[in-house]
Design a protein around this ligand. Structure first.
Ligand SMILES: *Cc1c(COP(=O)(O)O)cnc(C)c1O
Length: 372
């Protein structure tokens, strides 16, 4: 296999994994209670700390990202939870909190938009919350929330801030320590461009204090256990060694690129996608647009709104005929949008191939209407 085969898969998760990362998973097993493992895990910890911009220990969970969402909620400070809901994944965060027996109030935001800080402040003034849940990059809509501002506001009102940054971390700036977040998490299969199966998270000292007092923090996703083992460069349970080999190889590449360069590459891909949409609208008179408002667009995923009569699933099928995979609309946006995951190891060059295929697909699906 060569890297020439890379550059056809633009799902907003899982994302395309480079052949050399896949190959790393074929290495033989080692004992997970031993020095070689500790050396490997120490390297992984250091790499992930720079990805999250933190000096805190990183939780490495053998689960998809949802496992650590559950961890965050279970150990959140007592009291009701205010869930900011602006798409399908933030809605799921709210559901998950209810499933963990927490009382949940919802700050409802139109899908595609981001929360207005005034609205958030009004809600935080009206009731004392234990925690706020927020999704950084709403993968169903492509909207990017200013989680630094949300968390600062939550903190002023005595609430912790739990951040789902599943399509944020590794693609959009997230500065855990500087922003004073309480919990942030991601999954391996999004902007870090690894196979699915691992989740990564970090918790503040405050969060850990509450966790130690939480009445039912469970065991598998217990942050106290994660931390106790992480500081010894171990994991509480048998780790998914093959995935850690892949992670190790990928973190080396992430470090070589540098986080600022990585963020800039993702921003350039989002800008390129916007330019294509704008160009197409002008050229063809199509009513295609980026769903999220300017200034609140995710660098990792774009939801493109479609002309009436064209369904997301039609676009996905037509693009697939060109040998490229994109995502359909999600949840209640299933029909009216399709999504391009421009994250992980993609570049403006590989993205251009995808956009060319999208353009051809839309040409086939929409007769040119011109501008009246
Ligand atoms: C993909 C995704 C999730 C779910 O992650 P899993 O790894 O499938 O558990 C949650 N939130 C966001 C924003 C996502 O993009």
């Amino acid at each position: 296999m060569t890297t020439a085969s890379f550059g056809t898969f633009f799902l907003p998760g899982p994302t395309e994994v480079r052949p050399e990362v896949l190959m790393a998973m074929t290495k033989p097993m080692i004992p997970h209670r031993g020095r070689d493992f500790e050396t490997l895990f120490a390297r992984i910890q250091a790499g992930l700390r720079s990805v999250f911009r933190t000096s805190r220990p990183i939780f490495v969970s053998t689960s998809s990202a949802t496992g650590l969402m559950e961890s965050a909620v279970r150990c959140a400070p007592a009291g009701p939870i205010l869930a900011i809901v602006n798409g399908a994944f933030s809605e799921r965060f709210a559901q998950l909190a209810r499933a963990c027996d927490r009382e949940v109030d919802v700050l409802d935001v139109r899908w595609g938009e981001v929360p207005a800080l005034d609205d958030l402040e009004a809600r935080l003034r009206a009731r004392r919350y234990g925690a706020v849940t927020v999704v950084h990059s709403e993968t169903s809509t492509g909207a990017l929330t200013d989680v630094a501002a949300v968390c600062a506001l939550a903190r002023v009102h005595g609430a912790a801030c739990l951040v789902d940054s599943v399509t944020g971390v590794g693609g959009a700036p997230l500065l855990f320590d500087d922003w004073g977040l309480d919990f942030a998490l991601t999954g391996s299969q999004k902007a870090l461009a690894l196979p699915p199966g691992l989740a990564f998270g970090v918790a503040s000292e405050d969060h850990m204090r509450h966790a130690r007092q939480a009445p039912a923090r469970g065991l598998y996703f217990d942050p106290v256990e994660f931390e106790q083992y992480a500081v010894k460069n171990q994991t509480p349970n048998t780790p998914a060694l093959s995935l850690l080999y892949a992670l190790d190889v990928q973190l080396e590449r992430v470090a070589a690129e540098g986080m600022e360069a990585r963020w800039a590459r993702h921003a350039a891909m989002a800008t390129r996608t916007e330019a294509w949409v704008r160009d197409r609208a002008e050229r063809r008179g199509d009513v295609v647009d980026i769903l999220a408002p300017e200034g609140a667009r995710s660098p990792t995923v774009s939801a493109v709104t479609l002309p009436p009569g064209v369904r997301g699933s039609d676009v996905v099928a037509a693009v697939a005929a060109e040998g490229i995979v994109v995502g359909g609309g999600y949840g209640k946006l299933r029909d009216g949008t399709f999504r391009i995951g421009h994250m992980g190891d993609h570049t403006v060059e590989t993205l251009d191939r995808c956009l060319t295929a999208c353009d051809a697909a839309l040409d086939a699906l929409t007769p040119a209407v011109g501008r009246g």
